[in-house]
Design a binder for this molecule. Structure first.
Ligand SMILES: NC(=O)c1ccc[n+]([C@@H]2O[C@H](COP(=O)([O-])OP(=O)(O)OC[C@H]3O[C@@H](n4cnc5c(N)ncnc54)[C@H](OP(=O)(O)O)[C@@H]3O)[C@@H](O)[C@H]2O)c1
Length: 314
């Protein structure tokens, strides 16, 4: 029998893919949603209607409402997957309430997946503000999970393809590049891109897999590791157009981060942390605590950077 999966944050960028992947895999799937969201956001109300039509169950509650959390976990959460956002530090810190609720519902939860889905925050020491606050919050949550002895899996899936590639390597462009491209840093390092659908499908496989219990699972498809320069070359090949390259030094990037408004400053700080200083992406796998998804699930054919770009350019 498939585990009952409760997704918290199922209306978000990543969360909606997790809900879909859970339904696709045949799990009884519930979403904890805030009543106010359904009433005030027509886009999210439509999304929820579509997910319910596919078989998902809606449970009203809030991460900051202990009673609703405990009740939802006891009824629907053999597996609890959280995908609250990083827009405000208190949103990620709210997961400490989920940990309290899981402790209270002792014995009900056989796996918890906290809201991570990015770089390995235990190797992101050089991250600049405002992303540093997000990293610190995710670290606090990791520590609290381990201290509480909650069975868990942490998913590191680096750059969500839909977020970065849809803006074609330049956060300041709001669509495909036409004239020029910013190459950040010395362009020696590569970023890792993973499609949100692949991240979600692998997360759902991992929550039933004893090999990922209490582990950090890296999702690093070798076909999807590209530097910014390589991405620009690929784009030129596909469009037949030559793009002017603007090289932005690390110093200039740090200044730009300080001067830019949110969320651009946050996104640039993450590029700085994971591409310009890629310690957070190049961690070796250490079987005691870390596993590599591409080795655990060799059958998975990842959506490639090329395929994504083809879809974007047609
Ligand atoms: N690797 C990458 O490139 C990448 C990109 C994006 C995000 N991420 C990571 O993925 C995770 C999810 O981010 P996201 O961008 O998908 O988030 P998001 O779009 O901002 O969605 C956040 C979700 O959390 C829900 N939520 C927030 N506060 C809540 C509360 N108090 N009670 C119940 N639900 C609450 C929201 O519900 P409402 O609908 O009610 O607001 C929404 O469903 C984060 O850890 C983030 O750092 C990684």
């Amino acid at each position: 029998m498939s585990s009952r999966i409760l997704v918290i944050g199922g209306t978000g960028n990543i969360g909606q893919h997790l809900v879909t992947a859970s339904l696709d895999a045949g799990h009884p799937t519930a979403l904890l949603v805030r009543r106010a969201t359904v009433a005030s956001d027509s886009g999210k109300a439509k999304l929820l209607k579509a997910l319910v039509a596919r078989g998902a169950t809606l449970v009203y509650g809030d991460v900051n409402d202990h009673g609703s959390l405990v009740a939802a976990i006891k009824e629907h959460g053999e597996v609890v997957i959280c995908a609250v956002g990083h827009g405000r530090p208190e949103e990620l810190d709210g997961q400490l309430n989920i940990i309290q609720a899981i402790k209270e519902a002792a014995g009900y939860v056989k796996r918890f997946v906290p809201s991570e889905f990015g770089c390995d925050v235990e190797h992101a020491e050089r991250t600049l503000e405002p992303a540093k606050g997000m990293i610190a919050s995710k670290l606090r949550v990791r520590r609290a999970i381990r201290d509480a002895g909650i069975p868990h899996t942490i998913i590191c899936s680096y750059w969500a393809i839909g977020l970065l590639l849809s803006r074609l390597v330049d956060f300041e462009e709001d669509g495909p590049l036409t004239a020029g491209a910013n190459i950040l840093g010395d362009d020696k390092s590569r970023a890792i891109f993973v499609d949100e659908k692949d991240t979600s499908m692998l997360t759902i496989r991992a929550v039933e897999d004893p090999r990922t219990l209490n582990k950090v699972m890296y999702v690093r498809p070798p076909t999807n590791m590209r530097s910014f320069g390589q991405l620009v070359e690929l784009l030129e090949k596909k469009t037949g157009k030559t793009l002017e390259r603007h090289f932005v030094s690390e110093h200039e990037l740090a200044k730009k981060i300080q001067e830019s408004p949110f969320p651009l400053n946050f996104q640039l700080a993450m590029v700085h942390s994971t591409v310009v200083h890629p310690g957070a992406c190049e961690e070796a796998v250490d079987a005691a605590v870390k596993v590599e998804a591409t080795l655990l699930y060799p059958d998975v054919e990842f959506i490639t950077v090329e395929e994504y770009l083809d879809g974007l350019l047609t």
